[in-house]
Design a protein around this ligand. Structure first.
Ligand SMILES: C[S@@+](CC[C@H](N)C(=O)[O-])C[C@H]1O[C@@H](n2cnc3c(N)ncnc32)[C@H](O)[C@@H]1O
Length: 369
């Protein structure tokens, strides 16, 4: 059966899988098995996604034609493609998209030099970010009016300038094993794009933690994994490079009544140097020697782990590796599997209708090391 999820299929460069969802899952599983069977002989568990309205953040270009505006995506065979639907986006975004365009079209000042729109939707909030090639201070009143009419959080950006109408801090909740967790984060910060799959990833990690003592989590963002996992551990040390994410991670502890996490605004490479004895002011009174890490959790960007990080984490018993790039995951496992064995491997279909694959790998130190 062919995939008929979107009328722009075969023209749009975003969702390019032209097969049924069952076939997509089969192809992804085969691809992962072909790459990772050398490390893991068990079953590759697949977490399936809903196939529409699964994406809580999206970016579009804007095309101007006489008085009309259209959303655009990169085209498969053209630089851009005009689109009038995008079924992968969250329902709140899908509903807002035509309404926003209609209101922008009515106002010459608002549409002049508008070149893109970004959307973020959470369980309770929606935000649209309008991108301009002009001085946005000249349209302040019009933007305020637009935010009121649509009853949304609205940001306008142009080079070096930002205007915020409503809040740029978004609120969200996650349901992990029937417990609700509350989060705040900034629109520009990293956000797992598929909320249901994010919840499945956190449950998977939680289910795979045995004999917990302390947790070291690297690349922790605003505490997405950290907060629910903290209830399993005595103490948690978590680091992240983004200042605003760490600020919100600390707020998220308060929101969820958590007091056993130390968040550090440091790169993972710096943190490894700190473990090696280098002093950093940002360690702010945290004594690294007090921790007894039973588990290390890493969720790096697409580039994977730096050598120094690999050399550090392989001294620990349990490693949980969440990866959005099978190529760097394979490279890193080539190193990590000298000391560790893979005891569980999951595929999370975070990016439906695309060839991107998210994986979760549970590693345990080999007995004879
Ligand atoms: C894939 S995201 C994961 C975020 C978080 N685990 C979550 O689920 O929301 C990777 C995160 O690593 C951060 N990051 C990028 N390079 C880093 C580095 N060298 N050291 C520490 N954090 C880094 C990014 O800011 C981003 O928040």
């Amino acid at each position: 059966m062919k995939n008929s999820h979107c009328k722009h299929l075969k023209e749009c460069a975003s969702c390019t899988f032209d097969t049924s969802y069952d076939e997509q899952i089969g192809l992804k599983k085969d691809f992962i098995a072909s790459k990772f069977s050398k490390f893991y002989k068990g079953e590759f568990k697949v977490f399936r996604s809903k196939t529409k309205h699964y994406r809580c953040r999206a970016e579009f270009g804007i095309y101007h034609e006489n008085d009309r505006l259209s959303y655009t995506m990169n085209g498969l065979n053209t630089k851009y493609l005009k689109i009038d639907e995008c079924p992968k986006v969250d329902e709140k975004i899908a509903n807002l998209m035509p309404n926003l365009l209609k209101n922008l079209e009515k106002d010459e000042k608002l549409k002049f030099k508008l070149f893109g729109v970004e959307f973020v939707a959470t369980s309770s909030d929606i935000l649209a970010i309008l991108l301009y090639h002009k001085d946005i201070n000249s349209i302040k009143d019009e933007l305020l009016n637009l935010a009121k009419i649509l009853d949304i959080n609205l940001i306008a950006r142009s080079r070096g300038k930002k205007l915020v109408f409503g809040s740029e801090i978004l609120n969200d909740t996650l349901n992990i094993k029937d417990k609700i967790y509350h989060y705040k984060f900034e629109s520009g910060a990293f956000l797992q794009p598929n909320k249901a799959i994010n919840e499945a990833m956190i449950s998977f990690i939680s289910d795979n933690i045995k004999a917990p003592k302390d947790l070291l989590e690297m690349y922790c963002g605003h505490g997405n994994f950290t907060i629910p996992l903290s209830f399993k551990f005595r103490r948690v040390l978590a680091n992240e490079i983004s200042k605003s994410s760490i600020k919100n991670a600390t707020l998220n502890c308060e929101l969820n009544g958590v007091s056993n996490i130390n968040f550090l605004r440091m790169s993972s490479e710096e943190l490894i140097r700190a473990f090696g004895g280098e002093s950093f002011r940002r360690l702010s009174g945290v004594n690294l020697n007090e921790f007894d890490f039973s588990h290390i959790l890493v969720d790096p960007p697409r580039a994977g782990l730096d050598k120094s990080v690999i050399n550090f984490i392989k001294n620990h018993e349990n490693i949980i590796y969440i990866s959005c790039n099978p190529l760097t995951l394979e490279e890193n496992l080539n190193d990590l599997c000298k000391t560790h064995e893979v005891i569980n491997f999951a595929i999370f279909d975070q990016f439906v209708h695309t060839k991107h694959i998210e994986c979760g790998v549970i590693l345990r130190r080999k007995d004879d090391i």
